[in-house]
Design a protein around this ligand. Structure first.
Ligand code: SF4
Ligand code: F3S
Ligand code: FES
Length: 248
C-alpha cells in the first residue's frame, strides 16, 4: 500500500477545475479502484460512469494523463510511483458532471447509419451465410462502444463544427461490417460512408486504432478499404463510362 497523487477534473456544465487528492493505492489495482476509494473515503459526490469493471461494457471511458482509456483496464502499475495521475472527462463530448460526459452524439450517428437490410424475399430464419463471411466481419463486432476512438479523432476533438458531417471511426467499422455482409443488399455502404458519414474527413492518422481497447484495426481493416472502394468507383474508367451512358 502507498499514497499516490491524483488530480481529477471536478465540475459541471457551468465549468470546473482540476482538484488534487492523495489516496491509498494497493498492489494490482486499476484507476477505477482508486476512483471508488476516493468516493468511499474523501469525495462521495464524485461522478463517474462504470458498470462491468471488466473492460466489456465501455462505460468507464475517461482520459488518463491525456490519453483516452478505460479506467477499469488501466493498471496503476502503468505509472511511476511519483507520477501524478490526472483523470479528466472525454474531451470531445459535453460535460454532464465531473468524469461523466454526454455521449449522445454517438447514438445520433448510430441512428443515422441505415440498419442491416436483408433481401425482402427472405423471412427471418431463412437467412443463410457462409462461415467465411461470418468470420470476415467478426473483428468489428468486438466493439464495446466505449467511444474512445470517437473522442481521440482530431476531426471532431478539436472541431465541434465537424460533428454534423462526420460520424467517426466507430460508425465506419459498422458501415464496413455491413458492407461485408452478404445479405445486406439494400444500401451502398461505401457511398453512404462517403456522402452521409463524412469518411473523406479522415486523413488516416490511426489514433482511433491506437486507443481501441479491443485492438480492432479500425483504420487498416475498415476505413482504408472503404475509402479505396469509393475512389475505385469514382476513377474506374468502366464505372465512369457506365455512369455517363446511364445519365443520357
Ligand atoms: Fe471502443 Fe474500439 Fe469500439 Fe471504438 S471501435 S468504440 S475504441 S471498442
Ligand atoms: Fe480519425 Fe481514425 Fe481517421 S482517428 S482521422 S478516423 S484514422
Ligand atoms: Fe465496463 Fe470499464 S467498467 S468497461
Amino acid at each position: 500500500m502507498s499514497k499516490r497523487e491524483f488530480r481529477i477534473w471536478r465540475g459541471d456544465t457551468e465549468g470546473g477545475e482540476l482538484t488534487d487528492y492523495q489516496v491509498e493505492v494497493n498492489e494490482g489495482e486499476v484507476v477505477l479502484d482508486v476512483i471508488h476509494r476516493l468516493q468511499a473515503t474523501q469525495t462521495p459526490d464524485l461522478a463517474c460512469r462504470w458498470n462491468c469493471k471488466a473492460g466489456k461494457c465501455g462505460s468507464c471511458s475517461v482520459e488518463i494523463n491525456g490519453k483516452p482509456r478505460l479506467a477499469c483496464m488501466t493498471r496503476m502499475s502503468t505509472f511511476e510511483e511519483e507520477e501524478t495521475v490526472t483523470v479528466t472527462p472525454l474531451r470531445t463530448f459535453p460535460i454532464i458532471r465531473d468524469l461523466v460526459t454526454n455521449v449522445s452524439y454517438n447514438y445520433t450517428k448510430a441512428r443515422e447509419t441505415p440498419a442491416f437490410a436483408p433481401p425482402p424475399e427472405l423471412a427471418p430464419g431463412e437467412y443463410r451465410m457462409q462461415q467465411v463471411d461470418v468470420e470476415r466481419s467478426q473483428e468489428f463486432r468486438k466493439c464495446i462502444e466505449c467511444f474512445l476512438c470517437q473522442t481521440v479523432c482530431h476531426v471532431i476533438r478539436d472541431h465541434e463544427e465537424n460533428k454534423e458531417a462526420f460520424s467517426g471511426p466507430r460508425m465506419f467499422i459498422r458501415a464496413a461490417e455491413l458492407d461485408m455482409h452478404p445479405l445486406d443488399d439494400r444500401t451502398d455502404r461505401a457511398e453512404q460512408a462517403s456522402h452521409q458519414q463524412g469518411i473523406g474527413y479522415c486523413n488516416i492518422t490511426k489514433c482511433c486504432t491506437e486507443v481501441c481497447p479491443e485492438h480492432i484495426k479500425i483504420t487498416d481493416n475498415a476505413i482504408i478499404p472503404m475509402k479505396e472502394r469509393v475512389v475505385d468507383r469514382r476513377y474506374d474508367p468502366l464505372v465512369w463510362l457506365g455512369r455517363k451512358i446511364l445519365r443520357r
